[in-house]
Design a protein around this ligand. Sequence first.
Ligand SMILES: Cc1cc2nc3c(=O)[nH]c(=O)nc-3n(C[C@H](O)[C@H](O)[C@H](O)COP(=O)(O)OP(=O)(O)OC[C@H]3O[C@@H](n4cnc5c(N)ncnc54)[C@H](O)[C@@H]3O)c2cc1C
Length: 452
Amino acid sequence: MRKHVIVVGGGLAGLAASIYLARAGKSVTIFERRRYLGGRAITHLRRGFRFNLGPHALYRGGGASMVFRELGVPIRGGVPRLAGTALFHDERYRLPVTPWSILATSLLSFSAKREAAALLLRMGRMDAKQAADLTADEWLDRNVVNERVRDFVRGLIRLSTYCCDTRSLSAAFAIRQLQIARSKVTYVDEGWQKLVDSLHSLAVASGVNFVSSNRVVAVVHDGEVKGVELGGLELEDRNDTQSVALPDAIPEYEPGAKIPAADVLLAVEPSSAAEMLRAGGDDSLAKEWSSLQPVEATCLDVALSSLPRPKDTFALGIDKPLYFSVHSAAAQLTPKGGALIHVMKYRAQRAAMHDLEIDQGNDRRAEVAADERELEELLELMQPGWRDVLVHRRFLPAMTVSNALVTPKTKRPSPVTPIRGLYLAGDWVGDEGLLSDAALLSARAAARAILG
Ligand SMILES: Cc1cc2nc3c(=O)[nH]c(=O)nc-3n(C[C@H](O)[C@H](O)[C@H](O)COP(=O)(O)OP(=O)(O)OC[C@H]3O[C@@H](n4cnc5c(N)ncnc54)[C@H](O)[C@@H]3O)c2cc1C
């Protein structure tokens, strides 16, 4: 039994951990509740265009890139140009991100340019840990005099962390993420599904077993893991056209079946991990995991047969939490001549929304409709006439970009839990990185802990 490991969740974290484990001689089975692997890293193929779930950029200097290299996952794609538009009070400015664009932009006054240039230069050498007790806003208040520069850096923090709530976000994580972003990002050819497919192939080659369309409903333990319990077979829409679907679930497992294992790795979202523990009779850890605040975004993904303004490929909101990027300008995602664009609004945390005095009785549907209009207007500003060349569009009102907002006070759980034989991986686990970097670094740490 000690040799057998059950991994729950077939997203990037579960797949990566399973490869480390199988290569070290463990017998590994991944249970995935969906018919497809990949979790939030899947890519949908629509009329020849590859749609990631909202904008996905791989940080070249981050933990995910390191784990992919270590596992032998090839990363093909392009690096987007470090240039674009800054949107401020509905006007367009040159985005000040390089020495030349800082000099040339009219977004900043002369003294603001000096302060922004000095700060960006200093950023690379900063010790992020020294800001561990501060929120991003507190750190900005102490370190930046010019208000416009503060707004601009807040925009960069949103861009690199996907988090809008700089009043709560940990300054140490924000600084570290800005430092990682200096090594640029890759937009992956054929979408992040390509990374999922490569991980799947490597896992198969290492002998990992897969059981799809099967939800794990409970972790069976008495302070020491004994195994997991399965729910019923979950059947989904079969017409979905993704790159890779697993074969149908192996019918050897009946609903309610208990699968013995001494080591179980939960590579799922915290609410799902909490449910599995509660069903197994444990509430204290479940409570801790359920209290984590997610970071969300609203996304509009569009495919166009051509790009009305080929040069306008990137824009970042400075006073509003908005993002626009033509991902196909750097990566292969479309048929010839086509364009794939991601437009996004970083969503305020629920608590922060109350602070902003958004009417709590407000109809959520009206809010969603307003968000969609705002994203369409941004698209119109950057690519006028986009509706005339529209091939396919998809609106995602509330995506969970990260399962845990990191504040100076929130500590993400460790990959090793107090229950013997129970481990965690995901973007809400461990104390390193954000987004997929956190997911893959915690997967690696969990695998190492299992291997001892
Ligand atoms: C809009 C958006 C934009 C993003 N942009 C970026 C970016 O630019 N850069 C970046 O690094 N990251 C980005 N991310 C984050 C990145 O997608 C995630 O960090 C990463 O995919 C998480 O992988 P994971 O395996 O930890 O979790 P998930 O992908 O959530 O996988 C969890 C898996 O567990 C399965 N599961 C859950 N419960 C059970 C159960 N009980 N039994 C069986 N299976 C179960 C789920 O079906 C799922 O497949 C973005 C995410 C979103 C949504």
